[in-house]
Design a protein around this ligand. Structure first.
Ligand code: GLN
Length: 454
């Protein structure tokens, strides 16, 4: 049914870069056989899923939205993909994204943008717009995204879906094509909070192949979501972040945020205002740290080892000239912009002024979170300052595009988990996201509070 739905609507939505019909049908048939044989199956066995194209899948083309990996077929599965397969979940295909996960609209995909199912003239968010649009358009019941600065939560907000960035280290990064290794985290894109909890339980947990993977066993997120679904939040303290609201936030976004706060109060929660003063510098710090790490991670795309190789048409064929020709042809403008920014910020003469200062801001943000969570159980804010904008509105203005991430970035800099869920429609008729943030390793709070709001 989902493959049929993809056939019917994906020409317009373009959520998928590749589908894997035969493999998905075979995986589904294997589950049917196992069920008929009376085998003990996982709750999500047979439920199909879409996977963002930055996650490597054995035998299936994986491009990260870039021309430099146009025909690349990975020889192995990411850990999270292994876990999906082990649970019996057929993989429908790979979803569209901004090139190497750099962007907030999918307009930076080398394969053309994904369209927002709510309004095909608008962006579905980014970088994981494909995963969010696939779920919002009922092409897939569940999807996987990655969130380095908001790429799961912001697309969820603008497509009326649920998206979770788990605690850093909660889901293995083995087999993710790295953007910024200290910020990257994979997580669920779904239509309900309970679905996200179920999926997080499948993909989470320790992985010896990821050196930053948390070692302790996580509690059941599914149980937390079920507990929250009773709607009782008596005794819960909720902090509204002063710095993530007000000026710059669309009035319809603010109104829907206020309405969600009222729901929390009705559920028995106590709402207080909490200031996190360093959050105002988060965006600036992120756009130095991310390009710095990205410039290093992307150095491996050199035209020598794998992926695209372009030889210069004139002059000698030297390694350096092949690298330059390959990278010049294979990377898009946004990727080049960030590589240049990152190599500049890391260069000897500027390291302390830029990268060093950004790391200090990161520490201040972590301290703000620690102080806030000493007072409240969860923090809340709108997920994004605006509803889905129109194609072309921000693509030529990188600063305007970056500003869309103000509310999501602090969580990545501190490694804390965040969830975005729909909080109704703005006065423009488009969905608005409500963001919940919890302390590191307390992801279950997101599911409890999120399910209570649903
Ligand atoms: N919009 C952010 C950026 O462009 C999101 C990155 C991400 O989460 N992958 O960097």
């Amino acid at each position: 049914a989902h493959l049929d739905r993809i056939g019917a609507v994906d020409g317009a939505v373009h959520a998928f870069l590749h589908t894997n019909t035969d493999e998905a049908l075979a995986a589904a048939a294997a589950v049917d056989t196992a069920r008929a044989a009376g085998e003990d199956l996982h709750a999500l066995a047979g439920v199909p899923i879409a996977v963002k194209d930055v996650v490597v899948t054995k035998g299936q083309v994986t491009t990260a939205g870039s021309k430099i990996l146009e025909h690349w077929v990975p020889p192995y599965d990411a850990t999270l993909v292994e876990r999906l397969r082990a649970a019996g979940m057929p993989i429908l295909g790979k979803t569209n994204m901004d090139e190497f996960a750099m962007g907030s609209s999918t307009e930076h995909s080398a394969y053309g943008p994904t369209r927002n199912p709510w309004d095909l003239d608008r962006i579905p968010g980014g970088s994981g717009g494909g995963s969010a649009a696939a779920v919002a358009s009922f092409e897939a019941p569940l999807a996987i995204g990655t969130d380095t600065g908001g790429s799961i939560r912001q697309p969820a907000a603008v497509t009326g879906t649920v998206g979770v960035k788990p605690t850093y280290g909660s889901v293995s990064r083995y087999g993710l094509i790295a953007l910024a290794s200290s910020l990257d985290q994979a997580g669920p894109c779904t239509r309900t909070v309970l679905d996200s909890a179920l999926l997080h339980d499948v993909i989470g947990g320790h992985d010896p192949r990821d050196s930053t993977s948390l070692s302790e066993r996580a509690p059941s997120y599914t149980e937390a979501a079920k507990a929250g679904a009773t709607g009782d939040l008596t005794g819960l303290k909720v902090g509204v972040v002063t710095e993530l609201g007000g000026e710059g936030y669309q009035s319809g976004v603010r109104a829907s945020f206020e309405a969600s706060l009222e729901l929390l109060t009705n559920a028995g929660a106590e709402i207080v205002e909490v200031s996190c003063p360093s959050f105002t510098a988060a965006l600036a710090a992120y756009y130095l740290i991310l390009p710095s790490e990205a410039s290093s991670n992307l150095a491996k795309f050199d035209g020598m080892r794998f992926g695209l190789r372009v030889e210069p048409t004139e002059g000698p064929i030297t390694a350096e000239r092949v690298m330059a020709a390959t990278r010049g042809a294979g990377f898009g403008d946004e990727v080049k912009r960030r590589i240049i920014l990152g190599t500049y910020a890391l260069s000897a003469g500027y390291y302390d002024a830029y990268y060093g200062s950004a790391q200090k801001v990161r520490t201040l943000i972590q301290r703000d979170f620690a102080a806030a969570f000493a007072q409240v159980d969860v923090l809340v804010s709108p997920t994004a300052p605006t509803t889905a904008f129109k194609f072309g509105d921000k693509v030529d203005d990188p600063m305007a595009m970056y500003l869309n991430d103000v509310a999501t970035i602090p969580a990545n800099l501190a490694g804390v988990p965040g969830l975005s869920l729909p909080s109704g429609l703005s006065d423009d008729g488009l969905p608005v996201g409500f963001q919940i943030l919890a302390p590191a390793r307390a992801d279950e709070r997101l599911y409890r509070v999120g399910a209570a709001l649903e």
